[in-house]
Design a protein around this ligand. Structure first.
Ligand code: 0RA
Length: 644
C-alpha cells in the first residue's frame, strides 16, 4: 500500500519514537549488553519469534544467514507478521510490531510465548538497534515489504510487492544490519549462533533450523525429530552410557491459564560428573529453579524407592543421596509454561512455585512406570548410584583420616621432603617438583639455607578421571599438605604456612600441564587463601639453552630462541640444547635457570589462574561436548603445551 504513509506524526507515532529512543539510549537494559553477547541476542530475539510460530504449530523451518555485508537474515515459514491496518495506530500492523515495544505479543494469544521470556523484548528492539532493517512478509496472498532506518519506518516504504505464487508458503524474513554506533563489535560468530540454534532445534523437535555463513560458504542444519532424547545422546557423545536407550517421557499439567508442558530425557553414564540441564520456555535456566528442584527431589525418591522395593542396597546403611543418584547422569529437563517467572542474578532461575509439584508428579507417574517396565535399566541406574554412595563414603573416611593423620603428625614431616634450614616462613621456599629425578637434581642444585624440595613421584594422576576426594587419598598430595603445614578446608590456617613461596615446578609437556592443573585445582578448592596470599608460584623453566662465543643464553619459547639466535649469535650458534623436561637439566642448570632468585622467572599464580585451572578440570570432567572435543583436539599429547 505504497502511498498510505503520512508525513505528519500522530500521537501514536510520537509514543513510538520515544519507545525506540529509550532502547537506543539504554540498549543494555533491553538486551543485556552491547558487546558480542548483545549482538548475538539480536539474532536470538528474531529466532525466538519464529520459534513461537513453531510452538503455535505454524512454522517448521527457520533459516538464519550471516551475510557478508554485516547483516543477518532470519526467514521462517510461519503465518507471517500481520499486515492489516492497526486500529489504534492507524498504521500497518507490521509497522506497529516493528516499532512499538512489546507490541508483538498483544496480537495473538499464543499458548507459550518464548519471546517475552528472557530475551523476549520484541523484534522492535532489534529494529531500534539496527542501522537498517528490511522485512518481507508472505501473507494474505501477497508478498509485502517494509524498511526501517535506525528503527524508524522509511516514508512510503511499506509496499505490497506482488501476489504470491501458488506454491509459495506464508512466512516472515527479517534482515537487519546492527547499528555499529551502538555495538562494540559487529562480528557474528558462526559457532556461537550454531550452539544456540542447535539447542533450540533439540528443544523444539521437528523444527528444522539452518545456519548459513555467506562470508565463507559454510553451513549447518539442525533438525532433531527425537528432540531432547537426541540432546542427551549428543551430550553423551564423548561419554560411555550404561544403558542403550535414553529414558524419556513427556506430560502436561494444568495451571490457571493453560498448561505446563514437561519433558524429561536422561541416560546414566560411567562418568563421575553428572550433568542436568534445565530449560524453561527454551531458556537455559543456569541458575536452576522449581523445575530442577522438582526433578531432583522426585528422582532421588524414585530411585531410593525402587532400590528398597527390590532390595538392591543391602550393603549400604543409608539411603542414596541426590548427588549419588545424579553421578554420571546426563539429563535434560524442559518445561514450557504459559507465564514463566524468571528470577535470579541473570534471570535464569525459574520461580513459578507450581512447577515443582508438576514436575514431581510427572516423574512419579512416568519414571516409576518406566522403571517397572525396564528393570535392566532401573537396576543399572541404581547400581551406579550405589557405587557413587560407596565411593563417597570411602572418600569421607579418607578425608577424615587425612585430617586426623595430619593433626597427629604435624611434627612429622614427609620423608621425601628435603627441608630448608631456616624456620622463617617469609624466607622459606618450597619447590614442588614433578618427577623423582628432577627432584634429585633440585635437591643438589638448591640453596639448602632457604629452599626446600618436595618431589612428586613420577606417577601421573589422571586429571580427567579423578575426583578431588580421591586426590586427597593420594600420598603425594598428603605429603604436600603436611609439608605446607596449614591444613586444608575448614581447618586451613594461613599463619601455619611453613613457606611463603610455594613454587610448582612441572615439565613443559602435557603431563606436566595435567599435574599443574590438578595442583592448582587442589589449591583452589582446598587451600584457596594460600593463592590469595600470593604464596603460590609456577616456575618457568627455559625450553632452550643456546651457547655462542662463550656466552650462554636461555630461551623461554620458540620465538625467543629464534630472536636470540638471530640477534646474539648472528644466526649461527655453537650449540642449541633443548630441555625436554626438568629431568634433563643437571643440578647446576636447574639452579641457574629455574631456582636462583637472581635469574629465575617465577609466575605468581593468581586466583584467576587457579579458577581457570579449576574450569579446565571441569571441562575435562564435565559434559559440554564441544569444549571437551576442542580441548582434546587442541591439547593432543604430541602438542607442546607450555602455557600456564
Ligand atoms: C504478531 C502476530 C502473529 C505473528 C507474529 C507477530 C510473527 C512475528 C514474527 C517475527 C518473526 N517471525 C514472525 N512470525 C510471526 C500472529 C499472526 C496471526 O495470528 O496470524
Amino acid at each position: 500500500m505504497s502511498g498510505s504513509g503520512e508525513s505528519e506524526y500522530g500521537a501514536g507515532q510520537i509514543q513510538v519514537l520515544e519507545g525506540l529512543q529509550a532502547v537506543q539510549k539504554r540498549p543494555a537494559m533491553y538486551i543485556g549488553s552491547t558487546d558480542s553477547r548483545g549482538l548475538h541476542h539480536l539474532v536470538y530475539e528474531v529466532v525466538d519469534n519464529a520459534i513461537d510460530e513453531a510452538l503455535a504449530g505454524y512454522c517448521d523451518e527457520i533459516d538464519v544467514t550471516i551475510r557478508d555485508d554485516g547483516g543477518v537474515s532470519v526467514a521462517d515459514d510461519g503465518r507471517g507478521i500481520p499486515v492489516d491496518t492497526h486500529e489504534e495506530y492507524d498504521r500497518p500492523a507490521l509497522e506497529v510490531i516493528m516499532t512499538v515495544l512489546h507490541a508483538g505479543g498483544k496480537f495473538d494469544n499464543k499458548s507459550y510465548q518464548v519471546s517475552g521470556g528472557l530475551h523476549g523484548v520484541g523484534v522492535s528492539v532489534v529494529n531500534a538497534l539496527s542501522r537498517w532493517l528490511e522485512v518481507e512478509v508472505r501473507r494474505d496472498g501477497y508478498l509485502w515489504r517494509h524498511r526501517f532506518d535506525h528503527g524508524e519506518p522509511e516514508p512510503d516504504a511499506f509496499e505490497r510487492v506482488r501476489p504470491l505464487r501458488d506454491d509459495e508458503d506464508t512466512g516472515t524474513a527479517i534482515t537487519f544490519w546492527p547499528d555499529e554506533e551502538i555495538f562494540e563489535t559487529g562480528d557474528f560468530s558462526f559457532d556461537t549462533l550454531a550452539t544456540r540454534l542447535r539447542e533450540l532445534a533439540f528443544l523444539n523437535s521437528g523444527v528444522e533450523i539452518t545456519l548459513e555463513d555467506d562470508r565463507d560458504g559454510s553451513s549447518e542444519r539442525f533438525h532433531y525429530s527425537g528432540g531432547i532424547r537426541e540432546f542427551v545422546e549428543y551430550l553423551n557423545e564423548t561419554r560411555t552410557p550404561l544403558h542403550d536407550e535414553v529414558i524419556y517421557f513427556e506430560d502436561t499439567e494444568p495451571v490457571n491459564d493453560g498448561e505446563i508442558a514437561i519433558e524429561v530425557a536422561m541416560q546414566a553414564t560411567d562418568e563421575l560428573q553428572g550433568s542436568v540441564h534445565a530449560f524453561a520456555n527454551n531458556i537455559n535456566t543456569r541458575e536452576g529453579g522449581t523445575h530442577l528442584t522438582g526433578f531432583k527431589t522426585a528422582l532421588t525418591r524414585l530411585v531410593n524407592d525402587y532400590a528398597d522395593e527390590h532390595d538392591l542396597l543391602s550393603d549400604l546403611d543409608d539411603n542414596l543421596r541426590g548427588e549419588d543418584v545424579r553421578e554420571g547422569l546426563t539429563a535434560v529437563v524442559s518445561v514450557k509454561h504459559p507465564d514463566p517467572q524468571f528470577e535470579g542474578q541473570t534471570k535464569t532461575k525459574l520461580g513459578n512455585s507450581e512447577v515443582r509439584g508438576a514436575v514431581t508428579s510427572a516423574l512419579h507417574d512416568h519414571l516409576g512406570t518406566y522403571f517397572e517396565e525396564n528393570p535392566d535399566t532401573a537396576q543399572t541406574v541404581v547400581r551406579k548410584a550405589a557405587e557413587a554412595a560407596r565411593a563417597r563414603k570411602a572418600a569421607e573416611k579418607a578425608e577424615e583420616l587425612t585430617r586426623r593423620k595430619s593433626a597427629l603428625e604435624s611434627t612429622a614431616l614427609p620423608g621425601k621432603l628435603a627441608d630448608c634450614q631456616t624456620r622463617d616462613p617469609s624466607e622459606s621456599e618450597l619447590f614442588v617438583v614433578e618427577g623423582d629425578s628432577a627432584g634429585g637434581s633440585a635437591k643438589q642444585g638448591r640453596n639448602p639455607e632457604f629452599q626446600a624440595i618436595l618431589p612428586l613421584g613420577g606417577k601421573i594422576l589422571n586429571v580427567e578421571k579423578h575426583r578431588l576426594d580421591r586426590v586427597l587419598e593420594n600420598d603425594e598430595i598428603r605429603n604436600l599438605i603436611t609439608a605446607v603445614g596449614t591444613g586444608i578446608g575448614d581447618e586451613f590456617d594461613l599463619s601455619e604456612s611453613r613457606y611463603e613461596n610455594i613454587t610448582l615446578m612441572t615439565d613443559a609437556d602435557i603431563d606436566g600441564a595435567h599435574i599443574r592443573t590438578l595442583l592448582l585445582t587442589f589449591f583452589y578448592r582446598h587451600m584457596r587463601p594460600l593463592i590469595e596470599a600470593g604464596y603460590v608460584y609456577a616456575a618457568q623453566p627455559p625450553l632452550y639453552r643456546i651457547r655462542s662465543g662463550g656466552e650462554t643464553y636461555d630461551a623461554m619459547s620458540e620465538a625467543e630462541r629464534e630472536r636470540i639466535v638471530a640477534e646474539k649469535c648472528d644466526g649461527a650458534p655453537d650449540q642449541v640444547q633443548r630441555f625436554k623436561g626438568l629431568g634433563e637439566m643437571n643440578p647446576e642448570q636447574l639452579w641457574e635457570t629455574t631456582m636462583n632468585p637472581e635469574n629465575r622467572v617465577l609466575k605468581q599464580v593468581t586466583i584467576e589462574d587457579a579458577a581457570e585451572a579449576d574450569k579446565m578440570f571441569n571441562v575435562l570432567m564435565g559434559d559440554a561436548v564441544e569444549p571437551r572435543k576442542q580441548f582434546i583436539k587442541e591439547h593432543a599429547p604430541e602438542a607442546d603445551w607450555v602455557d600456564i
